[in-house]
Design a binder for this molecule. Structure first.
Ligand code: ADP
Ligand code: 5GP
Length: 203
């Protein structure tokens, strides 16, 4: 019997490395879908509309809320972010696993809605000092935005016990191996071919 697709939700304080981890997990398991969120925050250099986020102006985002187009939405660091309903439903109908990158509130909301179908993984930085280094090292945010994100990050860390799994993002390759174990993904290059990796979550 085909296994049902899961919602695999990554949550982490800003700067802990969630984007880097998700990118690596996706590159290792091509068949896993990714939920592209909508946001009103300005695009960062290097980001692509429709790939990283769908960048919307605030009136359009708010119309989406009124029309029920988001499974969940939240205001994070002063901007609106939301998970579009349609692509998520489509992927789940096809029994594909879907990765999501959400804040604490959005992750808890998804768990409440999807229960056993959602797996929540909290990524922690190895230390607060290292978190600060990573946040400040990311040159794409202004100092003011970095300070706001650091304050919010420390608050988000206090919620980590509420998630199914906690993983410390010390070394990216090691983290990916740990996540493969949690999710039951076959490790890359160990007895499973690319074809099977691409089909991850479909059967
Ligand atoms: P987030 O999406 O959680 O805000 P990013 O993935 O953008 O975080 O990572 C923040 C910064 O930390 C980036 O400059 C990234 O290259 C760096 N980083 C992420 N993971 C690691 C790691 N395991 N070791 C060292 N640096 C990392
Ligand atoms: P960033 O601006 O760094 O890309 O993301 C800021 C925060 O918003 C991160 O914690 C990220 O996980 C969260 N986020 C991104 N998309 C969504 C979404 O669709 N819903 C919710 N609730 N949070 C999101």
């Amino acid at each position: 019997m085909p296994r049902r697709g899961r919602l695999i939700v990554f949550v982490a304080p800003s700067g802990a490395g969630k984007t880097s981890v998700i990118r690596l997990v996706r590159s290792r398991h091509g068949g896993v879908a990714y939920s592209v969120s909508c946001t009103t925050r300005p695009m960062r250099p290097g980001e692509v509309d429709g790939r990283d986020y769908r960048f919307l102006d605030e009136p359009t985002f708010r119309r989406g809320i009124d029309d029920g187009r988001f499974v969940e939405w939240a205001e994070v660091h002063g901007h609106l972010y939301g998970t579009p309903r349609e692509p998520l439903d489509e992927a789940l109908e096809q029994d594909r696993d879907v990765l999501l990158d959400l804040d604490v509130a959005g992750s808890l909301r998804l768990k409440e809605l999807y229960r056993d179908r959602a797996v929540t993984v909290f990524l922690s930085p190895p230390s607060v000092d290292e978190l600060e280094r990573r946040l400040l090292g990311r040159a794409t945010d202004s100092p003011e935005v970095q300070r706001l994100r650091l304050r919010n990050a420390l608050k988000e860390m206090t919620f980590r016990d509420r998630f199914d799994f906690q993983v410390v993002n010390d070394d990216l390759e090691r983290v990916c191996r740990e996540i493969d174990g949690i999710l039951g993904f076959a490790p890359r290059g160990e007895g499973r071919g690319k074809q099977q990796d691409e089909g991850a979550g479909r059967s």
